[in-house]
Design a protein around this ligand. Structure first.
Ligand SMILES: [Zn+2]
Length: 268
């Protein structure tokens, strides 16, 4: 078995849906192919994270009682093969209803997982971009602590204009910016210094209408993903979680002391 044959089967293999002979062939391939083995590990790791991190809802006693009552009714009507037409229709509509409920449930779970995945991807991609920039020593492409230098530099290279604030008086010094390629598009990255720490702030136009702010740890970095001012923000740093959270809170809320500046040069 080669990669072209193995790749489409790996997801089913992870779910235990492959018959024994093909399963054996995939196992043999995985032993000598790092790429396909990594793909399998990715799927298994994602499954573990979904189980660990997605909210788990326990059915309320009322819902449990209703489901049991419905099942009881279906069981009671099941043994008779020669049902009157009315009964058969009730049984059929019950099945349709159950199908609808299952579809709605699947849609809800699917939507939650997709939203979670999209956010997950941006945060994880941002950490990867931060690591690339740090290791490749190209953290900054426009070095300036002047927001009126950094902002036009970024705006000239993007189809949007990110809000840029200098919060030096609060300990967060703007030291520059750069372009990153994250999730198949160029995005603005603002670079701040806080004591000995670097904070990378990835900014892109917000695609959702919900407002959020989540803190978590990705590969040892503290990552805050938030929305505000019409933008989607991800801050990546090795600074303390509370520091990164507080900083993002400041960035994502309108600067009431000088609202007119961003209003003037904010959107081109
Ligand atoms: Zn392979």
């Amino acid at each position: 078995m080669n990669c072209r044959q193995a790749e489409p089967l790996i997801s089913a293999f992870a779910d235990g849906e492959i018959d024994a002979p093909r399963g054996y062939a995939i196992e043999k391939h995985l032993l000598c192919c790092a790429g396909c083995a990594a793909m399998l590990h990715g799927i298994l790791a994602l499954r573990l994270r979904l189980r660990a991190e997605l909210p788990y809802f326990v059915a309320s006693p009322a819902l449990q009682a209703r489901v049991r009552a419905t099942l009881g009714a279906v069981r009671a009507s099941a043994p008779s093969r020669l049902r009157p037409a009315g009964d058969r229709w009730r049984w059929l509509s019950g099945g349709v209803l159950a199908g609808c409920t299952a579809s709605v449930f699947a849609w809800m779970v699917g939507t939650t997982v997709l939203a979670w995945r999209a956010n997950e991807d941006f945060a994880v991609a941002a950490v990867a971009a931060h690591t690339r920039a740090t290791l490749g020593d190209h953290l900054i492409e426009v070095a300036s602590s002047d927001r009126h230098t950094v902002k036009p530099w970024l705006s000239a290279r993007l189809d949007y204009s990110p809000p840029v604030q200098d919060l030096a008086n609060e300990g967060f010094t703007l030291i520059g910016g750069r372009l990153d390629y994250v999730q198949r598009r160029n995005i603005a990255t603002l670079v701040y210094r806080y004591h000995q720490h670097t904070i990378d702030v990835f900014v892109r136009p917000d695609m959702s209408l919900t407002s959020r702010s989540e803190l978590r740890s990705v590969r040892g970095f503290n990552v805050v993903h938030a929305s505000g001012r019409g933008m989607d923000w991800v801050a990546v740093s090795d600074a303390e979680p509370a520091v990164v959270s507080g900083f993002v809170q400041r960035l994502t809320h309108e600067d009431v002391s000088r609202p007119s500046l961003d209003a003037i040069d904010g959107h081109r």
